[in-house]
Design a protein around this ligand. Structure first.
Ligand SMILES: Cc1ncc(COP(=O)(O)O)c(C=O)c1O
Length: 317
């Protein structure tokens, strides 16, 4: 690098460091934005970014527990798989993505928190053409999240069945965790209109798929069933972890298609997701599930999950 360029670069670094040190508490968290950490008020993206214009991009929601990034490698792999499926080239290696998440957590003194990692198509022209966006945008936010009130975890939550089906796999494969969540948001609006916080989504063949932001599990006679990936679901990382946890505890898990009647006849129902973790469902529409409160299998799994993630040894693989 020429002397002039290296002077400009170090002046830029100094400016960045000064902006962080002088940031007010309202200007936190610091956001990792295209290669540097900036205070929240300076974390802006262009209105020409195709992530903003078209929802063209991919993302991950990840939790950190006790300084460890839960299932970090699985999240990074899913991010790269999602990006490949929309032919978006992430401008970093997996190691760099791992490092920038840790840097963001550290800059915000966060040992427990929620990471939102986003790769958008980047700035382009006003047309759809994705390949006219030369530089994908990379953003990492580390903050906190609480989807549902604490007492709901002990009492179970009420949900509804959305009238709107999940987008078919042939149209937009839900295994792609894309920035385009309108299908889920419209189902979420159905839930909110009905006075609850989640909605079960069926696929266009009438099979149970997933919820707007969580995967779904039915407990029946001590065994568990959950829809398979080809039902049209996001292959949740919490879902896989819970399946492993069940199998290790000797609980039988079947991944297969089922319809609403089987779900309603379940002894227990629970949802899994990074933000939601594990939460029992006590009621679907106006029908109580099982005893109408959190069931024993759900409670055991929820407590086991909490114990593992807060142990200081949450798995990062
Ligand atoms: C539609 C949908 N299904 C399921 C999940 C759960 O996936 P994970 O456990 O990887 O967070 C999420 C959350 O990311 C989601 O948005």
């Amino acid at each position: 690098m020429s002397t002039a360029r290296s002077q400009t670069a170090s002046a830029e670094q100094k400016k960045q460091a000064d902006a962080l040190t002088s940031a007010s508490p309202e200007d936190r968290p610091f956001i990792w934005l295209d290669g540097r950490l900036v205070p929240k008020s300076q974390a802006m993206v262009s209105v020409y970014d195709h992530g903003f214009l078209y929802g063209d991009g991919v993302f991950e929601g990840i939790r950190a527990y006790n300084g460890r990034i839960f299932k970090c490698r699985s999240h990074i792999e899913r991010l790269f798989r999602s990006a490949e499926r929309i032919r978006l080239k992430i401008p970093h290696t997996r190691e760099q993505i791992d490092a920038l998440m840790r840097e963001t957590l550290e800059a915000n003194d966060l040992r427990d928190g929620y990471i939102r990692l986003i790769v958008s198509r980047g700035v382009g022209t006003l047309g759809l053409h994705p390949f006219r966006c030369p530089n994908p945008g990379v953003i990492c936010i580390a903050d906190s999240i609480q989807l549902y009130p604490e007492e709901m975890y002990e009492q179970g939550m009420a949900v509804v069945v959305a009238k709107r089906p999940r987008i078919p796999v042939e149209c937009l494969d839900p295994r792609i965790k894309s920035m385009n969540y309108l299908n889920n948001i419209l189902a979420k609006i159905e839930a909110i209109d009905a006075g609850v916080l989640e909605a079960i989504m069926l696929n266009t063949d009438g099979y149970v798929a997933e919820c707007t932001g969580d995967n779904i599990f039915v407990v029946k006679d001590g065994a568990i069933i959950t829809p398979p990936p080809d039902a049209g679901i996001l292959e949740g990382i919490t879902r896989s972890f819970v399946i492993d946890l069940c199998r290790k505890s000797g609980i039988k898990v079947e991944e297969r298609l089922f319809k609403l009647d089987e779900l309603l006849a379940g002894d227990e129902l629970f949802l899994t997701g990074t933000a939601a973790e594990i939460i029992g469902v006590k009621q679907v529409d106006d029908k109580p599930i099982g005893s109408g409160e959190e069931g024993p299998v759900t409670k055991k799994l929820r407590e086991q999950f909490r114990e593992i993630v807060t142990s200081g040894e949450a798995p990062e693989d």
